[in-house]
Structure formats: structure tokens, C-alpha cells
Design a protein around this ligand. Structure first.
Ligand SMILES: *Cc1c(COP(=O)(O)O)cnc(C)c1O
Length: 371
């Protein structure tokens, strides 16, 4: 079976985990500090490591003071994590449409959905590409909104010569098992706003003031005050040890993922039934490889995916639209035209580090044969 996605773990990660186990200090300590400082040098900004990408989004929203009565604009075409992180604060996720061209937020639709309760925009960097991010920041400036980038797909992506996360307001990344790099589970928040970072650092350790600094040196805080709601969202040393080794492989992983995506593009670009995304795979680091099958519906996609499965190929569909899920159904959302059309036309093909060139040729050939 050619897997849709998987982790790529070598002897380095295994050795690093055993070293943490041998130290018998498993929680948040010096390894987390080391991983954070590597990431801080990488982004040139403050970084806070947490237990997963969803927690990163939740803490980022809370750190912006977002809560009950507030609205956050987010594309419906995203993983349910983006929506759940918003609703976890008590705020309302307001589903927006995406652009047919970029599959990221449609900035005109975003502007139309702003109300007096809107506090933030959460663009999602679908597949690793940021879409019309400049226009999103222009709108945010015009209406005085925070921007929390769901950059879970985009760790290591470059946009206009700048690393995603190294500019803008706030970026949240995921290090779950199948993302561009992994720490087992894990995630991080990146920003250069020191007031925000202080709030987030305390909130990841139950709101205990300055506990992070003590934990880095293996100590605990025994007498403290708490002024805000906090959570147990910190990263552990075991996770950080894996993350550090994966981070060292980033350039290698990047070249492999980019060359896989370029090969898919070259094999699929000329098929009139398909539309490949207009991603620049010399700049972005793709987390997933998605194509549009023109005119496909839910039923024909199920059929296609079943046939590919029988040929030994696992595929996916990113994503079901969130505003159609029971918990997030919203009668005030009028048709998200592009999202509705796209969501049944998209199919995700295998993309991971251990895929071979012949796997990609086989997947592309079978896909086109079945079309
Ligand atoms: C993976 C992902 C997340 C959440 O990250 P976790 O580490 O799985 O919690 C959020 N948004 C998107 C778009 C993702 O793909």
C-alpha cells in the first residue's frame, strides 16, 4: 500500500528519545528550551512550544483576548482544529469562502463578513502556500483586527523571499506525526509581540506566572500567583528531543517534498480533466499534494478513491467544509460558492518523505487511467 502520509523517523530520533528516558526527566525542561531556541533563531522571533497545533491556535486566540461574544473569520475549507480552537475560547468561528485560485481565504468575502464583533482573522495556509496574505493583512490593518495564521501546513515555506512565521502578527505551527517536521505531537506559536508571548507562556502552564523559566532548568515554581485562565499545554522533553532531530533534517525533507510535488505537477499538468494548484514548489514546503478533478462530486470521488485504494494507493480529501458540521452549522452563512464547488473536486495524493519516484509515477498513471 502506498500511504497517503507518514512520519519519517531515523536512528537519530530514537537515540535522542532514549537519552531523555535515561535522564528520567520527561516533562518540560532543557530539551524544550533547546528546541525553542533553535526555532527562535530560525524565525528571528519569540517561539512558545506546546503540546499540539490546536493548542497553539487556542492559546494564540486567548493571548489576543478573544472570547465570548467575539467573532473570528476563518475559511470553511480547513481542518476542524481551526474551528474548535476558536470555539474553545467561547468566540464564534465565522466561515468564509476561499479563492478558487489559491484555495486560501478570499479576501473580498472576508471583508464582507466583518461585523462590530469581529476581532481576528485566521487564514489557513492550505497545502503550505499563504494565498493572498498581503490583502488579509491590509484588511486587518483597516479594521484593527489581529491575524492568527494557521500555518500548520507551512513549516519551512518561503513567501516572497521571507520564511512563513518570520513576518506578520502571529503564526501557529503543528508538529503532529505527519506534518513537515514532527515532535510526535506538538506545535508552536511564533510572534514578536512580547506582551502576547508572556501571556501565552504562562497560559501553557496553568497560568502560573513565569513557570517556564523555572522548568527550563529542571525546577518548579512553588509560590506563585495566577491571574488568567491557563491550561496544561506545554511540550515535553521527549517531544522536543524528537523535534530537534527532525528540525536538523528540514532542508533534506524540504528538497524531497518539493521534488515530489514538482514531479506530480509535471505528470498531471497537461491532463484536461485535472487542475493542479498553482503553487511554486521552489518556494513553498508542501505538506499535502492536492489536485482538482473538474466536475467531480462526492459520489464520483468516493468511487475514484475506492478504485485507487484497490490499486494499493491511499488518498485523502482535505477537507469537509466546517460550516456543514452539526456543531458549527450556521444558518446566517449564505452559500460559500467556491468552497462548495471545490470541496467535492479535491483529492489528496500520497506525499511523504519515503515515497519513491516510481510510486509517484504509478499513482499519477493510475489516477489518469481511472479518470
Ligand atoms: C494539523 C492541523 C492543525 C492542528 O494541529 P495538531 O497538531 O494536529 O493539533 C490545525 N490546522 C490545520 C490546517 C492542520 O492541518
Amino acid at each position: 500500500m502506498i500511504k497517503l502520509s507518514k512520519s519519517s523517523i531515523g536512528g537519530e530520533e530514537k537515540k535522542a528519545v532514549v537519552e531523555v528516558l535515561d535522564k528520567e526527566y520527561l516533562g518540560m525542561g532543557e530539551d524544550v528550551k533547546e528546541f525553542e531556541s533553535l526555532l527562535q533563531d530560525f524565525f528571528g522571533r519569540h517561539v512558545v512550544c506546546v503540546v499540539n497545533g490546536t493548542a497553539a491556535l487556542h492559546l494564540a486566540l486567548q493571548g489576543c483576548g478573544i472570547g465570548v461574544g467575539d467573532e473570528v473569520l476563518v475559511p470553511s475549507l480547513t481542518y476542524v482544529a481551526s474551528f474548535q480552537a476558536i470555539s474553545a475560547t467561547g468566540a464564534k468561528p465565522v466561515a468564509c469562502d476561499v479563492s478558487i485560485k489559491t484555495l486560501s481565504l478570499d479576501f473580498n468575502d472576508v471583508e464582507n463578513r466583518i461585523t462590530k464583533n469581529t476581532k481576528a482573522i485566521m487564514p489557513v495556509h492550505f497545502t503550505g502556500s499563504v494565498g493572498d496574505l498581503e490583502q488579509i493583512y491590509n484588511i486587518a490593518e483597516k479594521y484593527n483586527l489581529r491575524v492568527i495564521e494557521d500555518a500548520a501546513h507551512a513549516f519551512g515555506s518561503i513567501h516572497k523571499s521571507k520564511l512563513v512565521g518570520s513576518f506578520g502578527d502571529i503564526a501557529c505551527f503543528s508538529f503532529d506525526g505527519i506534518k513537515n517536521i514532527t515532535s510526535g505531537e506538538g506545535g508552536c506559536i511564533v510572534s514578536d509581540d512580547p506582551v502576547f508571548i508572556k501571556l501565552v507562556k504562562d497560559a501553557r502552564l496553568l497560568g502560573v506566572h513565569n513557570d517556564s523559566e523555572n522548568r527550563y532548568t529542571g525546577k518548579r515554581t512553588w509560590s506563585f500567583d495566577v491571574t488568567h485562565q491557563g491550561w496544561r499545554y506545554h511540550m515535553s522533553n521527549i517531544m522536543a528531543a524528537i523535534g530537534i532531530q527532525q528540525f536538523r533534517k528540514l532542508e533534506k525533507f524540504k528538497l524531497i517534498r518539493q521534488s515530489h510535488a514538482k514531479l506530480y505537477d509535471s505528470l498531471l499538468n497537461d491532463n484536461p480533466k485535472l487542475k493542479t494548484l498553482q503553487n511554486d514548489y521552489s518556494a513553498i514546503l508542501p505538506h499535502i499534494y492536492v489536485v482538482r478533478v473538474l466536475g467531480m462530486n462526492e459520489e464520483s470521488r468516493s468511487h475514484l478513491r475506492a478504485r485507487l485504494w484497490d490499486a494499493g494507493i491511499e488518498t485523502g480529501h482535505h477537507y469537509q467544509l466546517n460550516h456543514n458540521l452539526s456543531f458549527f452549522k450556521d444558518s446566517s452563512i449564505i452559500s460559500l460558492h467556491n468552497s462548495e464547488q471545490l470541496s467535492s473536486e479535491l483529492i489528496t495524493l500520497p506525499l511523504h518523505i519515503d515515497l519513491t519516484e516510481s510510486d509517484i509515477r504509478y499513482v499519477s498513471a493510475k489516477l489518469q487511467e481511472y479518470l
